[in-house]
Ligand binder design. Structure first.
Ligand code: AVJ
Length: 333
């Protein structure tokens, strides 16, 4: 099941009309965007993925020790599948359960390419069954909840600091949604990047190789290709700012000049019904920005508080002090 071109067009139009102008973050992950994000994770200045991988490798056994008969893992934002694969390989003793039903792995991701990659990476493991949901987190959660057997014991995983893309209210709502898809005794494993010095954060989101800039500007390339836009990609600069009062890094695309941009006037959607109503026609002022992403940073305590306020109780929190990252395991109550 896929996210439709119409939904993409509607989202883009609605976000560009906001003040300040925005683009929806989830669409950064087309095939090239997903590849660029994987490259970001290899950059020396972006320690998020490495810090989390160290914690997972070290504590995965401790995670799985808490379950008698785990039947299901639900992963939101599975990406390449490497995070979950590492978790399973480091801590899940498949042989112990080989007489039982295979472990069901529900993967929820909006990126078709990432999902296919994850399906491939995880299907190689013994005694698992992969169910892919090419869905938003919310729709994926609903699909899983409808499908679930009452006797199932589930572990939900939300790794990579993907929670960082939500503002405080949005994160609370999403945690509540996760809780509603779980039953008492189920668990949630969540990885979150922590507040750290501004200079460190700036380098992480505006790296010297320009990979993050490419990741950001690729959203315009995608809009041009899939929605018939005419963004002049070179005329938008990547900018990353740390906003300490909101505890977030913001990514922007800043218009270098005053320029007019049209979407849907030509290209794939030109022959669709809807015609002129589909058109986006915007004149950007010089230095006007399009806000493409927020990456909220947490304190370990705030994370625990958020979990407690949404129906979870803390089981264990592991912190990597070197790179400022927290892996938190909570139980649905
Ligand atoms: C995948 C959302 C966790 O916010 O750090 C990396 C995406 N953006 N560099 C993040 C991202 C710029 C990443 N998340």
């Amino acid at each position: 099941m896929t996210v439709s071109a119409d939904a993409f067009a509607d989202d883009v139009r609605a976000h560009l009309m906001r003040t300040p102008r925005q683009l929806p973050t989830a669409y950064l992950y087309d095939a090239l965007g997903s590849a660029l994000f994987e490259s970001i994770c290899e950059l020396p200045w972006y320690p998020v993925a490495r810090a989390e991988a160290r914690l997972i490798a070290r504590h995965a056994r401790d995670v799985f020790r808490r379950f008698g008969e785990l039947s299901t893992i639900v992963e939101l934002g599975s990406g390449s599948g490497e995070k979950l694969r590492l978790l399973l390989e480091s801590g899940y003793n498949g042989s112990r359960t080989s007489s039982r039903r295979p472990l069901a792995l529900h993967l929820v991701d909006v990126s078709a390419t990432a999902l296919r990659q994850a399906e491939r990476a995880l299907s190689e493991l013994d005694h698992v069954r992969v169910i892919a949901h090419e869905r938003s987190y919310e729709t994926g959660l609903d699909e899983y909840a409808m499908d679930r057997h009452p006797a199932d014991q589930a572990l939900m995983v939300f790794l990579g600091s993907n929670i960082g893309n939500f503002d405080r209210d949005g994160a609370g709502a999403l945690l509540g949604h996760m809780r509603a898809s779980l039953q008492p005794g189920d668990a949630l494993l969540i990885g979150a990047d922590l507040v750290k010095p501004a200079s460190t954060l700036r380098l992480a989101y505006d790296d010297p190789l320009g990979v993050t800039a490419a990741f950001n500007r690729n959203l315009l390339v995608r809009i041009n290709r899939e929605l018939g836009g005419n963004f002049d990609v070179c005329q938008f600069a990547h900018r990353a700012v740390w906003a300490p009062e909101a505890s977030r890094v913001e990514m922007h695309l800043v218009s270098r000049v005053s320029q007019r941009v049209r979407i849907g006037a030509q290209g794939p959607r030109a022959d669709n019904a809807g015609g002129a109503a589909d058109l986006v026609d915007i004149t950007f002022a010089e230095n006007e920005s399009i806000w493409t992403e927020s990456s909220y940073k947490y304190s370990p305590e705030e994370l625990v508080l958020n979990l407690q306020q949404t129906g979870f109780r803390l089981l264990k929190q592991w912190i990597d002090r070197d790179d400022g990252f927290a892996l938190t395991l909570a139980e649905a109550v």
